[in-house]
Design a protein around this ligand. Structure first.
Ligand code: DX5
Ligand code: ZN
Length: 216
């Protein structure tokens, strides 16, 4: 079970402080939301930000690309120090190639599905991936409401893992808090992104501990 705080809700003017704070309090990954203002209606960070963050933490950098044709930037994000790169199946005509490119860079490859996308759309890339991300909100912004109806996709992925012996992790992202994390874990997710629940609090460290308690 891994907790991945999303720095989308951190204080960008004090990013190093906010990353150290969650690292000290037991976070496992740092989740970095890359948005291009095209695939999603918001703009955030590029490879230069990942490069700047890399020396500030030992934690796994989990880079979630919400950009059109992500294959154009995979090498740049890999070189910048990403440990996991996630690409949306909806963002490219060539998801298989994009995932191969990530693996060729020696980085863990993740496929991501939006709320409106079914697991069927990624069946043929499951043998390639290290992680599958099931979005539990429509991507673009922090602080949106969790969509519980996505839990059936997690259950479907668990069945496929059992049937075919896949070993990928199952990550959830969007609206994860102390109430919804248990639903995700029960369905079979094992990596939990939390943005506003962690960084929207006066004490983000305590929030991570609360999330961990819900999983124990
Ligand atoms: C949404 C991003 C999320 C976001 C989650 O597009 O992918 O990672 O930071 O934020 P919360 O946890 O506030 O829903
Ligand atoms: Zn994300």
């Amino acid at each position: 079970m891994k907790i991945a705080p999303s720095i989308l809700s951190a204080d960008f003017a004090n990013l190093q402080r906010d990353i150290e704070l969650v690292e000290k309090n037991g976070a496992d990954y740092i989740h970095i939301d890359v948005m291009d203002g095209h695939f999603v209606p918001n703009i955030t960070f590029g490879p230069a930000m990942v490069k700047a963050i890399r020396p500030t933490t030992k934690l796994t950098l989990d880079v979630h690309l919400m950009i059109t044709e992500p294959e154009r930037y995979i090498v740049d994000f890999a070189k910048a120090g990403a440990d996991i790169i996630g690409v949306h199946v909806e963002a490219t005509a060539h998801i298989h190639r994009a995932l191969q490119m990530i693996k060729n860079e020696g980085v863990k490859a993740e496929v991501v599905i939006n709320p409106g996308t079914s697991v069927d759309q990624i069946l043929h890339v499951l043998p390639l991936v290290d992680q599958v991300l099931v979005m539990t909100v429509n991507p673009g912004f922090g602080g949106q409401s969790f969509l519980p109806e996505m839990m059936s996709k997690i259950e479907e992925l668990v069945e496929l893992k059992n049937k075919f012996g896949y070993t990928f992790d199952i990550e959830v992202d969007g609206g994860v808090d102390d109430k919804t994390i248990g639903l995700c874990a029960k369905a079979g997710a094992n990596v939990f992104v939390a943005g506003s629940y962690v960084y929207g609090a006066d004490d983000p460290g305590e929030r991570i501990q609360t999330l961990k308690e819900q999983l124990s």
